[in-house]
Design a protein around this ligand. Structure first.
Ligand code: ZN
Ligand code: ZN
Length: 167
């Protein structure tokens, strides 16, 4: 079979550009996958800081936690501090799971708080600003800090005092 030189050149160029395009595509996809994985693990961490702290203490969440948390949200659907009902509401353990694993599924030990931007009621009031700390008086404090923003909470003397003495 005879192939003329221009045709052969064209074929070689086409093959080369196909290989380069393929290489670029796979590299881009690998980057995207890495970014997606990072985002996903960050999201999971945000969603369940309690499980993260518990794991640090060598404890795992009960397989029933998901349904108990859902049931709690049916009873108490909004952040008790601000009434927020969006996707950033979270079910918090008043007595922390890593110290009281027996109270993990106890309804009275659960309270709904939010991690909505500019409010951060879960972190600031449920954990006094540090995920491995906690606030056993969160029910009373939810009333004291009712509808306050993160900035207002951080400026509040009562909160500052509590934060300095946090467990
Ligand atoms: Zn919590
Ligand atoms: Zn809130």
């Amino acid at each position: 079979m005879y192939i003329s030189l221009p045709v052969l050149l064209l074929l070689v160029i086409a093959l080369l550009s196909a290989v380069i395009a393929l290489l670029l595509l796979t590299r881009k996809r690998r980057h995207r996958r890495k970014g997606l994985f990072k985002q996903l693990s960050l999201l999971l961490k945000m969603l369940d800081q309690g499980a993260h702290v518990a794991r640090k203490h060598g404890q795992e969440r009960s397989p029933h936690w998901g349904s108990v948390a859902k049931e709690h949200l049916r009873r108490e659907p909004a952040c008790v501090v601000c009434g927020y009902k969006g996707r950033k509401r979270q079910v918090h353990h008043i007595k922390p799971f890593h110290l009281h694993p027996d109270l993990e599924l106890e309804p009275h030990n659960l309270i709904t708080l939010c991690s909505a931007r500019g409010k951060e009621h879960h972190l600031l009031l449920g954990h006094l600003g540090a995920w491995d700390s906690y606030n056993e008086h969160i029910r009373a404090d939810a009333k004291h800090f009712y509808r306050k923003t993160a900035a207002q909470i951080k400026a509040d003397l009562h909160w500052k005092k509590k934060m300095l003495a946090r467990p």
